[in-house]
Design a protein. Structure first.
Length: 418
């Protein structure tokens, strides 16, 4: 294991960014003088599951993969950590074995505080030690319940995908391995989508996601935010394969978390964008998304469109409309400007959200299904319940393609105002 010492040029900034207001000037100065700043190459295991280790790590640059191997099971992916996150904190407080393995994913700089150093901090600056301990325990309590809930469902899908990928790497040639990776991504994508949607007396939500052999990483969700508000989203990851499926999982988790923090769609999407940039700042993957918040008593929908397809609004006796709104995709390029727009759903209205797997569906002659055909289908089916509209669109696309294998995922989300 290679350890390269560097001058602590940005230690103060990193510590304060990591712990926030819990660390005062004395605390920062103490950790800066006693902690070690080290650089590790990819593949270095900093924490080993089951081992008795006592070092606390704060990530300055780079990323660390966290994995866990249940007793008698296969090693599974838990999360990917980036700058300003930390791990191994319990090693300072007890002698229990590590619960997970933390491995460097790319060249990573960390600040290290060993149990011996922490003991000296306790002896010389008990108030500093108390501030650190209090912050670590508070953060652990805050994140543990949410992390367990978010990861329980994902772990099953990621465990299978990771296991299948390992077998493919051992037994297949490079081309066959890549093909299998795409199939695994499709399987994982389907398992991460909601199995059912919430039901309401005044609105009906219906959705369908059809994974292609070569997946694009589509996602959708409907999230009750309180007694009056419902968040809904549809998004598409630009990449394909296993990386797209992982990026989709991160995006789904971020939307699920951020939607509960604000009723402003622009604020939510910008927070999701910031989260993706923090986890993968150099990735060439991006996400198009449409996110809206429905106020059920008034029917008012507030929404933003981040580079995604324009939803269709079908009203009784009126031409089908394209919802307005401009905005760039998320997950790539720091600056992000979004237009937050509003629309009111009245009784009998239908709102149709879709991915480009619908309009880009190709027949045997290489012609696209296109937006005009979709508009015609929605116009003809406008009086039907939301689930039947979904089936009408799927049937029309299938008839158009006539068995031609899809290249991209096809996702639909229809909202009906009763």
């Amino acid at each position: 294991m290679t350890r390269v010492m560097e001058p602590p040029r940005t230690t103060t900034t990193i510590l304060r960014s990591t712990f926030g207001s819990a660390l005062d000037v004395e605390t920062v100065a103490t950790l800066r003088s006693m902690g070690k700043r080290c650089v590790y190459p990819p593949g270095t295991a900093l924490c080993h599951q089951g081992a008795l280790e006592d070092t606390f790590y704060i990530i300055v640059e780079g990323s660390v993969i966290v994995t866990q191997k249940p007793e008698g099971g296969q090693e599974r992916f838990v999360t990917l950590m980036g700058p300003n996150q930390y791990f191994g904190e319990l090693g300072l407080l007890d002698d229990a074995p590590r619960s997970m393995t933390c491995t460097v994913a790319k060249p990573t700089t960390v600040i290290e505080v060993t149990k011996e150093v922490f003991a000296r901090i306790v002896e010389t600056s008990p108030t500093v030690a108390f501030a650190i301990t209090q912050r670590v325990l508070a953060e652990l309590r805050r994140t543990s319940e949410q992390s367990i809930q978010d990861l329980r469902e994902k772990n099953q899908a990621l465990e299978k995908a990771y296991s299948d990928l390992q077998r493919a790497q051992e037994s297949l040639l490079e081309k066959e391995r890549l093909e299998r990776e795409l199939d695994l991504a499709a399987e994982m994508q389907g398992s991460l989508l909601p199995k059912s949607l919430p039901t309401f007396s005044d609105y009906v939500f219906s959705a369908h996601q059809q994974a292609a052999r070569r997946v694009g990483g589509d996602l959708f969700n409907v999230i009750p935010l309180d007694d009056e508000h419902v968040g809904f989203t549809i998004a598409d990851v630009s990449d394909k394969g296993f990386q797209a499926a992982l990026f989709m999982a991160m995006t789904q988790t971020l939307f699920f978390r951020e939607a509960r923090r604000s009723l402003s769609p622009a604020a939510v999407v910008k927070s999701v964008h910031a989260g993706l940039m923090d986890v993968a700042p150099t990735s060439d993957v991006f996400v198009t998304a449409f996110y809206g918040v429905l106020h059920r008593p008034s029917g008012r929908i507030t929404f933003v469109r981040a580079g995604h397809e324009r939803p269709l609004l079908a009203r009784p006796g009126q031409p089908v409309e394209l919802l307005p709104g401009e905005g760039r995709f998320i997950g790539m390029i720091d600056e992000l400007e979004l237009q937050e727009r509003t629309e009111v759903l009245r009784s009998g209205d239908r709102l149709v959200l879709y991915s480009d797997g619908v309009t880009d569906a190709t027949n045997a002659q290489g012609k696209l299904f296109g937006r005009d055909r979709l508009l015609a289908v929605v116009d003809a089916a406008r009086a039907l319940p939301a689930p039947q509209i979904v089936q009408k669109i799927l049937g029309s696309v299938a008839e158009w393609c006539r068995g031609t294998p899809p290249f991209d995922d096809l996702t639909l989300l229809v909202i009906q105002s009763v």
